[in-house]
Design a protein around this ligand. Sequence first.
Ligand code: COA
Length: 197
Amino acid sequence: MPLPYDLQPLRGPRVTLDALRPDDFADLYALQSDPDVCRYLLYEPRSREEVARVLERDAAATRLEKAGDYLQPAIRDEHGAFLGTMYLELHSGVPDRSAEIGWIIAPHAQGRGYGAEAASVLLDLAFGDLGLHRVYAELDPRNEASVRLCARLGMRHEGHFVEHMWLKGEWTDTGHYAVLEREWHGGRDDGSTARAG
Ligand SMILES: CC(C)(COP(=O)(O)OP(=O)(O)OC[C@H]1O[C@@H](n2cnc3c(N)ncnc32)[C@H](O)[C@@H]1OP(=O)(O)O)[C@@H](O)C(=O)NCCC(=O)NCCS
């Protein structure tokens, strides 16, 4: 497993994923303070002070070396405009080689395939240069866009935990989705390819 890995700009057909920067503050604040965006996230809408702290922390999260390390790159369009953020956290190194993936796309850019494209770029990294074996996502099953994004990526629905956590004043279920390296590269059991188009 070729670690440590230091984040380099990652390119897809329309998007680039690269490190968050101080000048992303206004876009990140708009995203993370939006109640609709945060509806199914683990956190409540954030204040300016919280976003400033998070930006400083996440802008520095550019190295994967050991379990718990994460990348939180910005997603930018062809013109460099901010579209959202992706997340990849190393869950375990050798021998398990697994990571968790997550995604947030700004409301103005949702439903245009950017989430699928950015996630594909990160999965290419995960199963390519990082040499991971398994990548999983956890989500609130009521989050239809996120459920459909997992399906689009060829991630298998592996579990549904009922009232798995007390979150935002209610018991909340968790859906667990995953894809393996051989599935991402070689196609799923049904013979179709796992890649998002
Ligand atoms: C989940 C999210 C990242 C999806 O990003 P996106 O760029 O809009 O997704 P895409 O355009 O790539 O579409 C992926 C799939 O989701 C579907 N989708 C997108 N928005 C949807 C919506 N509001 N309702 C239902 N399905 C939706 C698309 O139709 C597509 O499915 P298909 O391939 O079957 O057609 C985005 O909705 C988001 O950021 N939501 C708020 C934050 C959040 O909840 N993050 C996930 C936490 S687990």
